[in-house]
Ligand binder design. Sequence first.
Ligand SMILES: [Zn+2]
Length: 335
Amino acid sequence: MKLDLKMLGEEAKRKIRGAKNERDLDGLRVEFLGRKKGKITLFLKNIRNLPPEDKPRQGQLVNRLKKEIGERILERKEALKKGEPGEYIDITLPGKKPPLGRLHPITQTLEEIKRIFIGLGFCVVRGPEIETEYYNFEALNMPQYHPARDEQDSFYLEDGRLLRTQTSPVQIRIMEKTSPPIRIIAPGRCYRRDAIDASHFPMFHQVEGLAVDRDITFSHLKGSLTCFVYQMFGKGTKLRFRPSFFPFTEPSAEVDISCIICKGSGCNVCSQKGWLEILGAGMVDPEVFKKVNYDPEKYQGFAFGMGVERICMLKYGIDDIRLFFQNDLRFLRQF
Ligand SMILES: [Zn+2]
């Protein structure tokens, strides 16, 4: 009985909220509070059949509801006079679409890079972001006096470890645990003490690549990177390998692609050169192999490292790295 009364109350209130005009409300008054057959009135009449001890309590409940419904009907009438729309469900209206989130452009670029290299037979590995000097520098042929080890350039922890400045230490960790053949890419965050400007940020993402096997040559490196560039930037993109120096590769090269904006004829993005630098690469230095007990006479390998922010900026024509980290929806919604 108590439950029935509660449900009746809910029903009355719902109908009152949904009433669209005064006539609806007059109908509801008759339906619930009508002198003869009103649903609440019938409840009230029914009380005389209850056991004596229940009568006062039940009477109180029904009377309270009767008063409340009467008030609600008046309130709704007032609201309708003021032009407030009714609260009712129009099932013919199209549903509201919840706003969909999307992946950050850096994540999208990273996923694309991974997809391409997985297609080439590489597998994805990860390493720690807090590294020892040994893995971050020494094992990569960067001895104590190397300028990159300057404390000005790296974030050091009190215990002498540091936030990795590159993803290359993952190469060493993998080679220590595995014997060739190896084909890995290692994506992840890196940290350097760079002053923030349009092209520098103290935290950034790199993807490291490493292939080690017998008879690996520079041609394999060129072939793999060409395949990557074609898929990432389009098939007509040209590549250029410029001789360079990295402590852990010999020979080393910096890789440029023909400017994706001007196609090589020269524009502001490429500083009128027609070329854009996208990554560094080279053949693994025999000194690095010695650190992990690989026989450099037996095995060769190539390695490459690219900045994910840079790839993403070139691919989408973004001119300021800071945009990635400001969480401005106007920017993020474009991807
Ligand atoms: Zn250009």
